[in-house]
Design a protein around this ligand. Structure first.
Ligand SMILES: [Zn+2]
Length: 509
């Protein structure tokens, strides 16, 4: 009827108008409303919590809501809420590795299985003086295509030194060159680096003076960063190198870390107690100095690294190299293509069988084509002494694709062997060295503890079975006993496989 149709026509505009108004109001309100909606949550029940602080294990339920830990305590999950049964397992904060070499590996392997399978949720990259460049650009790639776990980056001292000096780096830098390097350190820090790394024992870094490193560290310190160093010598002159580290910290006024702390030649073995006393004295005097340590007493490399002065044909140099590692019984031949029959035997055994001296044999091996060797360079007692220091954290000095078992095994090895089998550390204390201690060093204020409000980077592991499986022969074999790993509340590792999720963040400042 005309009236009705007319009426409809009259009513239509206000109806449409109110719809548009509703849509407009909703458009304004919705963005504000979304966070108020409770994010997806689940509760891990019945686990023993090693909360990262070092206190004894306690039983608690832990609710994860979105990216955060929402509740820790004795409560019942809500009706319909997802539950993860943690009975018989330990729940800890995700592990943080302050010396990791996955920079390159992550580019082609965002899932980082060999890392997350150890319970790792955060890696500090750019170690030993080498970092990608420019740092901002590199980090951006990982923001747009995130990895499974979180990463942080350091400015590499050798990297900026090469940028400024090119191939002419085998000398002390001139003042204007140091000034240019300082500008690059500043650029790196502005682009998100959290500190300066050096490898003063390596080719490029070894030519730098202490003053150069102090000048660059000062810049890193100004941006709230710290200095982490593979120090100038880990052999006979270790103590000198450690004193230099302390000097750099004092003069540049920033925290310092002696990374992969070790005393690696016979001349300094059994002196870890003296090292600890020296660092303790500095700490008591108010200096912020820490260290990190990997739980292995041997390195895996080529024969040539044994002879640092590169005099492979000089019997005295080669003999000194063998003496430095404590004798030919401490060198296990891993691979040697010209004579596969040498493999898995020590230099001492093969030399005896051939009626040669170990020095003659080592010279012959290097002449015939090198190969790989496992050198037992550290005393177990020294490593134990380092781990007894409350300021020593666990680190791997490994990463994706590392040809040393530490790359895939470090963190489960500490839990399975150092804690469960050898009783060097209690479980809560070992977890503290993997979580809150490195988080504090890196100023990650919302990680490293199982506490309400913290990021939900979490590891569930079986304390009875957790163990490393990587060996010198099979360095990439994955660890066992890490049951579930969460990064920002997202499951990335489930018992024996990566889930494929990539919630990792660039944790730059
Ligand atoms: Zn190193």
């Amino acid at each position: 009827m005309p009236d009705n149709s007319e009426g409809k026509m009259i009513r239509r505009p206000p109806f449409l108008y109110s719809l548009a108004l509703l849509a407009a109001v909703a458009a304004v309100l919705l963005p504000f409303r979304a966070p108020a909606q409770a994010p997806r949550s689940f509760v891990i029940t019945g686990a023993e919590v090693a909360d990262g602080s070092g206190v004894p294990l306690y039983r608690a339920n832990v609710r994860v809501q979105g990216e955060r830990i929402a509740r820790v305590g004795d409560f019942t999950p809500d009706a319909g809420e997802a539950v993860v049964d943690g009975k018989g397992l330990v729940l800890a904060p995700g592990f943080i590795d302050t010396h990791n070499h996955s920079d390159r590996g992550l580019e082609g392997d965002r899932l980082a299985e060999s890392q997350i399978s150890q319970g790792l949720t955060t890696l500090l990259l750019g170690q030993d003086g080498g970092s990608p460049w420019p740092i901002g650009e590199w980090l951006e790639k990982f923001r747009s295509e995130p990895p499974a776990l979180n990463i942080l980056m350091l400015v590499g001292h050798a990297t900026v030194r090469r940028k400024v000096m090119g191939d002419d780096f085998r000398r002390a830098a001139r003042p204007e060159e140091v000034a240019q390097m300082a500008q690059l350190v500043e650029q790196g820090m502005r682009e998100g680096a959290v500190g300066l790394s050096s490898g003063l024992e390596y080719e490029v870094g070894s030519y730098s003076t202490t003053d150069e490193v102090v000048a660059l560290s000062r810049v890193a310190g100004r941006y709230g960063g710290f200095y982490i160093s593979h120090i100038r010598d880990e052999a006979d002159r270790s103590f000198e190198a450690m004193r230099e580290l302390l000097q750099i910290g004092r003069e540049a006024g920033l925290p310092v870390q002696n990374t992969h702390i070790k005393i690696a030649t016979a001349g300094v073995w059994n002196r870890a107690g003296e090292v600890a006393a020296m660092y303790d004295a500095a700490r008591h005097a108010g200096q912020d100095v820490t260290a990190d340590c990997y739980p292995y007493d041997a390195w895996h490399s080529n024969f040539k690294v044994l002879v640092p002065n590169k005099q492979y044909e000089d019997p005295a140099s080669v003999a000194k190299a063998i003496a430095d590692i404590g004798g030919p019984q401490n060198l296990l031949i891993s691979t040697f293509q010209p004579h596969p029959e040498y493999e898995d035997r020590t230099l001492e055994e093969v030399a005896k069988a051939k009626g040669m001296t170990p020095t003659e044999l080592l010279m012959e091996i290097i002449r015939e084509g090198d190969g790989s060797v496992i050198g037992k360079g550290m005393m177990e007692a020294d490593i134990r002494t380092f781990y007894a220091q409350p300021w020593v954290m666990v680190s791997s000095d490994g990463g994706i694709g590392t040809k040393h078992p530490r790359g895939a095994g470090t963190f489960p090895r500490v839990l399975g062997r150092l804690v469960r089998e050898w009783h060097w550390l209690t479980l809560p204390e070992a977890v503290r060295r993997m979580t809150s201690l490195p988080a504090w060093r890196l100023k990650l204020m919302d990680r490293g503890l199982v506490r309400e409000g913290m990021a939900a980077d979490l590891v569930l592991f079986n304390p009875q079975t957790v163990i490393d499986r990587s060996t010198y022969r099979e360095p990439e074999k994955l660890s066992e006993g890490i049951e579930k790993v969460y990064v920002s509340g997202v499951l990335v590792w489930d018992h024996d496989h990566a889930t494929g999720a990539r919630p990792g963040r660039v944790l730059a400042k």
